[in-house]
Design a protein around this ligand. Sequence first.
Ligand code: UTP
Length: 644
Amino acid sequence: MKDVEIFVPGRLCLFGEHSDWAGRYTLNNPDVLAGKAIVTGINLGIYANARTHDKFSIISIDESGNTVSFSCEMKLDVLKMHAKQSHFFCYACGVAAYMLEHYKIGGVSIKIDKVTLPIKKGLSSSAAICVLTARAFNELYHLHMSVNGEMNAAYRGELLTNSRCGRLDQACAYGIQPVCLEFSGDEISTEILKVGKDLFWVFADLKSKKNTKKILSDLNRSYPFPQTEQDIKVHEALGKDNHEIISKVIKALEIGDAQEIGLLMTESQRIFDEKIAPNCSSELTAPKLHFVLNDDTIKKYSYGGKGVGSQGDGTIQFIAKDLESQHKLIDYLNDKLGLNAYAFTLPSSSKVSKAIIPVAGFGTRMYPETRFVKKEFLPVVDSNGFAKPVIMYLLEEIEASGIEEIILIVGKDEIEQFQEIFKPLSEEHLSKLPQRVQDYEKLIARISSKIKYAVQEERRGFGHAVYQAKKFIGNEPALLMLGDFIYKSNLNISCTKQTLNAYRKSGGKLIVSIRETPIDDVVHYGVLFGKFDTYRKYLMNVTEMVEKPSVEYAVDNLGVKTVGNNAKYYSTFGQYVLTPDVFDYLEEDIKEHDNKKDDSEIQLTSALVKALNNKGMVGVLVDGTSYDVGIPKAYKKTISEYGK
Ligand code: UTP
């Protein structure tokens, strides 16, 4: 039986609170504008282990740190009955009931072993439990639900309880990255937002009281049709004003302009106080919130602040001027104002939108085959009996993981060949193909619209090839895949997605995918050494990387101790998320080779090692297999095993 590890963060609504339910009224009144909110998962959350089970059972820790457990039959009426009772696990039961009603599943056993999220503090701990439950079923029963699907199951599940959650709470399913959610009637669309620079948030529990039910019922009175001047103001604030603020925030996030975001926080609070708060003055006058917002010391450390969630005297948030101000602000809020404050750094662009595949190599180890056809075009038959070239396996996996731009590094004599290959087929050619292949043509067209070419003028090695993508990548992270490996995942997410997820979870660190390697094979690969994370046991905090070490060196220095004190060795798996500094180190290496008139190949590893020493590196132990097509013996194995 296989365990899955799940981390679901709490969520912080940065902007656009209340517009989720307001946007639903477009169903009744077409003049109501869609709701828009920017929400991010935070670094506090719920860590759990889950496995399949014949019952629905869950163990956790309550607010006082005591172990609490629950177990019931995996039956719809039983789960629904428990969902309606107000006990600690009613939310999880609601989601389990929803899942059972919609999917062919058995039970699960969930063990929550760490909760770093404050409960009932406007950070949606209940939504996190709901998403966690939906994700446990999704991963254990290979349901192939998207993140939106998990969000929806979490929402629908919570509706089966007596509690009422908002529709933006489940955005914690997206992890630590900001998303813009748009609510129109029953529809929700999501856009993952880019963050240009690390942004230093602080949020704090005001340790006061608020009545969210009253706030919601008082504000809902202005809908669907405004009756009074005051109602019109509420519609403006949650409609037009909110749209303006959100679009400015998206731009400011993209360039990482903390000052502008601070101004927009202050402006959005001003609009809230002027146009919305009068609807529910008993709750929304919020004296403590305003007292803290107006504190002069806080203004020294922050660019602006505002309330959180339903607003009122619940939780407050600020954007600090920098890392140091973030620490000072936390100390001030805790020590001088007696609040419970937390730091949250929104990492710069956790979204990877570009990928690089170098395909310019001569492929000498596959000669004479490569004299006629590039190894990237070699056929491999998949499990559906489709004969596809290696490059399509890579491109499909990259495109399915949400990458928007793919940079192929080609030789200067090859660019036309590639352009020709990715041109649409002629009508005559297309008409001769069966329907399922015609559908595949649409996929090829979609992928080719994302391809750009960078030329490697001279074949000076893998690292030199990667460097050619620099002008396309700019200051962003980029996924890098070798052109002569294809992958098969053991999970319901691809190997590429596992690598990209690791980037998000690491908070924007350089990522190298790794696999366990027998000691006798270390001499062929880049070998990584470090310590695995206690909770995310597949993430290694790398401290050393050595290209093709000797067996003796590896035994003495690179063995990672495991249970029973056996050493294991980990080598590169062929997928990376490069941070922009890697390109600077590649440039240094190229210059050094030029100066020394050194014509040996420029490899990637030395730049990776420099980046590791400077800012650190995370290894991700990918649950899957890589298949090599760059060596005859390996290619033979690939074609016989891949499609099985
Ligand atoms: P390899 O190390 O497999 O080199 O490249 P190669 O030239 O393709 O093959 P051999 O070693 O001669 O048999 C790893 C990846 O980097 C690309 C290759 O196309 C492959 O995807 N590469 C390598 C370049 O784009 N340019 C180069 O100068 C070298």
